[in-house]
Design a protein around this ligand. Structure first.
Ligand SMILES: Nc1ncnc2c1ncn2[C@@H]1O[C@H](COP(=O)(O)OP(=O)(O)OP(=O)(O)O)[C@@H](O)[C@H]1O
Ligand SMILES: [Mg+2]
Ligand SMILES: [Mg+2]
Length: 649
């Protein structure tokens, strides 16, 4: 087989490239910062800030400054130990600083010796920022001296050099400008940076962060200092200001623990419940935000869930056992921040924590405290429990509703007796013809494709739903037959998933009465099963009005105009052309009906759609369809292409 494929001479060893140094970062930024969009751009700041935070959390720095300059470059400074500038043992002619900035996987956080619990762990962050900046300058104040080195797109612009004395200073300063070759015209957004900086201060109360911006952005302050000894509890209260909560004070705390290697770790949390907004959870590990959650979040929710269930049992509330994590999270607003050694994240942007241990450690740390908190404040605890039980009941009711409606759909319980169902078990490609009158049902029954086409004859006119109270709808026999056949409920109970057929086709006589019935049905579907129309499942069949015969030749005309045209053009046969007008579907034999109206190969269908570009007009159209003059309605259906769009299927 392979002989048949053209061989390419050019694919040999020379086509295998090895990217050196920081080239891979510039070639595939997505792998390192998750893309080249605004989020990725701001992630550069997060990498540098995280390094300073690591230094602070390790107890070596207590002040960080972040300054956005007018040219959209940014400076991040800490008063930590300063990145080492002495020659690196492995590369004697390079400083450790240069190795860190120009080599992937160079760092001091692999062993846990220089840092206990750090956000950094890959030895990649600083070098990635360097690779993606057209200008980057690092200053290190160490041993009373100030050193500096500059880079462009990852390449040193000279060796690290002493640039002066620094008698009262220590720490690291990064100033960089993102490369437009990578990020295009994207610029830092002060508001976004400020949010990041503030949350860091909340996450570690041992640090003071100073913010300064030369660029205005709404009411974002140009200068501010953040220091939050109250930690996450304050952070949560601030985020919930103005919202009613079930407890005056959030359930919050901070606990230290030891992991199985006896390494120190800790978790801090705050949670409160509110009925007025959706819940949220923001989690962090070693001050790195984990928007996709992970094991620390899992452990936290497990503790809270078990706690509330146990409390419910104690309070003799049997329904508390039904509460799930999903109910907990609805209306539950939570912050979770843990510090652990050697965390494992998914990806360099660290969106999710993967350390399995964290789940158990966090759960263990939070659980007892939650039990105590609930017991100490029965008023809040009772309110939260009631709220969660209500959520659980609501969820269960929704599920049961869905289950019963599916049962009618799939197990064909209580299908109406007059439904002539199709045999296909898969709903794709199936059609339900809603036909007018029993006689039409006869021809349609013989002309249908038994496998995919089902029939539901409707007797007489169904009531005018536009004026009907909804109570009347549910008790109307025709309508309940229709709903059962389709497998769906009315109005808010309608679920598109439950629809038993792919297409619902209204097939009525091509006369005024037929048009009236079609209009009634369309109005009914429009008001009660709108999603079905929006998803394109509702159709009108187009039975012909005339049959023209000339000898053995036989053609159909949909309307007067088509009849005239065909008559004038002739049928190509010999002799006189006979024209007969169908008075109704019942007049057509099975063959005629099949060929003209039902057989997908030769029929015409109109798909019913609602034109949303015409606000206000739809209901007006519905009124018109339902208006007093039936002729108008008929005209409308056959001619107006705005509400109904023609489609050959
Ligand atoms: N502000 C700083 N103060 C002291 N040392 C720093 C500072 N910034 C970086 N370093 C040193 O440089 C090393 C490399 O930093 P880099 O951000 O590249 O990797 P990392 O932080 O170890 O891991 P990650 O890739 O997960 O961020 C760090 O491990 C640390 O030893
Ligand atoms: Mg780092
Ligand atoms: Mg590095």
């Amino acid at each position: 087989m392979s002989d048949l494929l053209p061989q390419s001479d050019s694919y040999d060893a020379s086509s295998i490239e090895v990217l050196e140094g920081l080239e891979p970062v510039r070639k595939r930024p997505g792998m390192y910062i998750g893309g080249t969009d605004e989020r990725a751009l701001h992630h550069l700041v997060a990498e540098v800030l995280d390094n300073s935070m690591d230094e602070a959390v390790a107890g070596h720095a207590n002040r960080i400054e972040v300054e956005l300059h007018a040219d959209y470059s940014i400076t991040i400074r800490d008063n930590g130990r300063g990145i080492p500038i002495d020659p690196h043992p492995k590369f004697p002619d390079k400083s450790a600083l240069e190795v860190i900035l120009c080599t992937l996987h160079a760092g001091g956080k692999f062993s846990g010796k220089a840092y206990a619990t750090s956000g950094g762990l890959h030895g990649v962050g600083a070098s990635v920022v360097n690779a993606l900046s057209d200008k980057l300058r690092v200053e290190v104040a160490r041993n009373r001296e100030l050193y500096a080195q500059e880079f462009s797109r990852g390449i040193p612009q000279g060796p690290v050099a002493k640039v002066g004395p620094a008698p009262n200073r220590r720490g690291t300063t990064f100033t960089f400008h993102p490369d437009a070759e990578i990020f295009g015209a994207l610029k830092f957004r002060p508001a976004r940076l400020l949010t990041m900086v503030r949350s860091k201060a909340y996450l570690f109360s041992g640090v003071e962060i100073r913010w300064k911006s030369a660029i205005e952005d709404g009411d974002t302050p140009m200068e501010a200092t953040f220091h939050f000894p109250g930690g996450l509890a304050d952070y949560l209260n601030e985020q919930l200001t103005g919202n009613v909560t079930y407890s005056d004070k959030p359930f919050a705390g901070k606990v230290s623990f030891q992991d199985k290697f006896n390494a120190p770790g800790s978790v801090e949390w705050a949670i409160n419940w509110t009925p007025v907004r959706d819940g949220f959870v923001q989690s962090y590990c070693n001050t790195v935000p984990t928007p996709e959650g992970g094991t620390h979040e899992q452990g936290f929710w497990a503790a809270v869930l078990k706690g509330i269930r146990a409390y419910g049992e104690l309070a003799n509330n049997k329904k508390a056992a039904q509460i799930t994590r999903e109910d907990m999270a609805a209306g539950g607003c939570a912050l979770v921040s843990c510090f652990i050694r050697e965390p494992e994240f998914v990806g360099q942007t660290k969106d999710r924590l993967a350390t399995t241990e964290a789940a158990r450690m966090v759960e263990g740390a939070v659980r007892d405290h939650f039990d105590n908190w609930l017991a100490a404040d029965p008023k809040s605890a009772g309110a939260i429990l009631d709220f969660l039980v209500l959520r659980a009941e609501e969820r269960l009711r929704r599920r049961q509703e869905k289950e019963t409606s599916r049962k009618t759909a799939t197990k064909k319980l209580r299908l109406p007796g007059k439904l002539v169902d199709c045999t296909a078990t898969n709903k794709i490609g199936t059609e339900l013809f809603i036909v007018e009158g029993d006689s039409a049902g006869g021809s349609a029954k013989m002309g249908r494709d038994r496998k995919t086409q089902a029939l539901l004859p409707l007797r007489g006119k169904i009531l005018n739903v536009l004026g009907a109270a909804s109570g009347k709808l549910t008790t109307n026999a025709e309508i309940s037959d229709l709903c059962q056949a389709m497998g769906v409920g009315l109005g808010p109970k309608f679920r598109l998933d439950d629809l038993r057929y792919d297409r619902i086709i209204i097939m009525t006589d091509a006369d005024v009465d037929g048009a009236h019935i079609a209009a009634l049905l369309m109005t009914f579907f429009y008001t009660q099963m709108r999603p079905m129309i929006d998803a394109g499942h509702l159709y009108l069949a187009c039975p012909p009005l005339f049959r023209l015969t000339q000898g053995a030749k036989r053609v159909y005309a949909l309307d007067e105009a088509e009849k005239e045209r065909l008559y004038a053009e002739g049928l190509g046969g010999k002799g006189k052309i006979d024209v007969s007008r169908f008075k109704g579907l019942g007049e057509m034999d099975a063959k005629d009906l099949k060929e003209t109206t039902m057989d997908p190969a030769s029929r015409r269908l109109i798909r019913v759609s609602v034109d949303d570009d015409l606000p206000g007009e739809t209901s007006d159209l519905v009124e018109r369809l339902m208006g007093k003059k039936p002729e108008l309605r008929f005209q409308y259906i056959s001619e107006n292409a705005r509400f109904v769009e023609e489609l050959d299927v």
